[in-house]
Design a protein. Structure first.
Length: 167
C-alpha cells in the first residue's frame, strides 16, 4: 500500500512538473487539451461553407498557421519540424455519419503513431480518433511535418490523447 501511494505521489509530481514547465491547458468552444512548453493556440482556418463539422480547437508548435484549403483538417501550414492538433465537432451523431460510437475517451488511447497517407489534402503523416463525449461526436486529428522529431510526434500524440470536454 505504501509503495502504491508513493508511486502515485511521484506520478502526480511529474505531471505537475510537466504542466508547470510552461505548458498548460488550452480550451475553446467547450473542449480542451493539455499542451507542453512551446505549443500554443492557433487561429482556426475558415470553414468556408462547411458548418458541420466545425473546427473547435487548434493547437500547434511555432510556425503553424491557417491557410486556404478546401479540406478543413489540412487547412494549416505546417513547417517541416512542426505539429498541429485539430479538433472538430459535429452537431449530432446523425450529422457525423449516423454511426453511434461507444461513449468515452477510449479511442484516444489508439493515438500512438502517425502514418502516411493520413488526410485528404495533406501529404504528411497524421493520425485521428473519433470520440463521443456527452453525446457529442468529435474527431481529434494530429498532423506532423515531414522532419518532425520523434519527440515532437510524441508531444503531438500526447496533446491529442489529452482531449476532453472543458469543465
Amino acid at each position: 500500500m505504501r509503495r502504491m501511494v508513493a508511486s502515485l505521489l511521484g506520478l502526480m509530481l511529474v505531471l505537475v512538473g510537466c504542466v508547470g514547465a510552461g505548458g498548460g491547458v488550452i480550451s475553446s468552444h467547450g473542449v480542451r487539451v493539455t499542451v507542453p512548453t512551446g505549443w500554443q493556440a492557433v487561429r482556426a482556418a475558415s470553414g468556408g461553407p462547411v458548418t458541420d463539422p466545425r473546427t473547435l480547437l487548434v493547437v500547434g508548435t511555432a510556425g503553424v498557421r491557417a491557410k486556404a484549403s478546401r479540406c478543413p483538417i489540412a487547412a494549416y501550414r505546417i513547417p517541416a519540424e512542426a505539429a498541429v492538433v485539430v479538433v472538430v465537432g459535429w452537431t449530432s451523431i446523425a450529422a457525423a455519419g449516423g454511426v453511434a460510437a461507444t461513449p468515452g475517451r477510449a479511442p484516444l488511447k489508439e493515438l500512438v503513431a502517425v502514418h502516411r497517407p493520413s488526410f485528404e489534402c495533406f501529404a504528411g503523416r497524421g493520425a485521428a480518433a473519433d470520440v463521443l463525449l456527452g453525446g457529442n461526436p468529435y474527431q481529434v486529428n494530429v498532423l506532423v511535418g515531414d522532419r518532425a522529431s520523434e519527440q515532437r510526434v510524441g508531444q503531438a500524440l500526447a496533446v491529442a490523447r489529452s482531449f476532453d470536454r472543458a469543465r
